[in-house]
Design a protein around this ligand. Structure first.
Ligand code: F6R
Length: 244
């Protein structure tokens, strides 16, 4: 628990930087699972700052984003491709070929094969060293909404109404929010060697309490993280305020 989201974001950015440097020394790639949304933006600011001011190179980094709306064009202001470019990728030296984000432009009949290939690619590069997460008010991680199973893998999902309501203002109305997304599964997330879930603000306090202290259950997918051997929840005081 950190005093504020700024200090907490700095901690997470430092952990990622340390992983990247450690892998560099070993002559290996660092494989990092990334999230979008309002939660990780400060953490990305710190990573960009480390690149500019502290010579942190991302040449040996391979990334896999959790999710993307479906359908979604990459140049849309709502696209997670655009989000990642604006907040991180345009400002660092990561090779473009090392970036993976679920493709919102696919034809429906191609989604299944894409998802299989996404999972295969994660395995090919040696698995996720670390997965960064936010948490939705439904308890979703990635876009694994209530009802997602422990073993779920990358797939097309239907978004919960609460998630769509939370996105409505960004999309200028609920009717414009996509009803579907492509997301890594709970199983994909749990396969990461380390998981860090971040949460800021009072609005997240009730779901953080359920995720951390509640019974493990499909209706709150974030509770599955309790079974992970190396998972940290990083919260500011407000998000942690309901914990006993
Ligand atoms: C985003 C993602 C989602 C968000 C969650 C919280 O890639 O997978 O699970 O982390 O919806 O969103 P914010 O951070 O906007 O509160």
């Amino acid at each position: 628990i950190y005093e504020d989201s700024d200090a907490a974001s700095l901690y997470v950015a430092n952990e990622i930087a340390q992983l990247i440097r450690q892998r560099q020394k070993q002559g290996k790639k660092a494989v990092i699972g990334l999230a979008t949304g309002s939660t990780p933006t400060k953490m990305y600011e710190y990573l960009v700052r480390f690149h500019r001011e502290e010579d942190l190179s991302f040449k040996n980094v391979v990334t896999f984003n959790l999710d993307e709306y479906y359908p979604m064009q990459p140049d849309s202001i709502h696209s997670y491709v655009r989000f990642m470019n604006e907040h991180l990728f345009d400002h660092i030296d990561i090779p473009k070929k090392n970036i993976h984000i679920p493709d919102g432009t696919l034809e429906k009949e191609d989604v299944r094969d894409f998802c299989k290939a996404y999972e295969a690619r994660i395995r090919e590069v040696g698995g996720l060293d670390i997965q960064i997460l936010g948490i939705g008010r439904t308890g979703h991680i990635g876009f694994n909404e209530p009802g997602s199973s422990l073993g779920s893998t990358t797939r097309m999902v239907r978004l919960d109404r609460v998630t769509r309501l939370d996105a409505a203002s960004d999309f200028f109305g609920l009717e414009n929010v996509p009803t579907k997304a492509i997301t890594m599964g709970v199983g994909t997330i749990l396969s990461a060697r380390r998981v860090i879930m971040m949460a800021w603000g009072e609005g997240k306090s009730s779901i953080i309490k359920q995720a951390v202290e509640g019974k493990i259950r499909e209706s709150v997918p974030a509770t599955f993280l309790q079974q992970h051997p190396n998972c940290q929840v990083i919260a500011d005081r407000a998000a942690a305020s309901s914990l006993t």
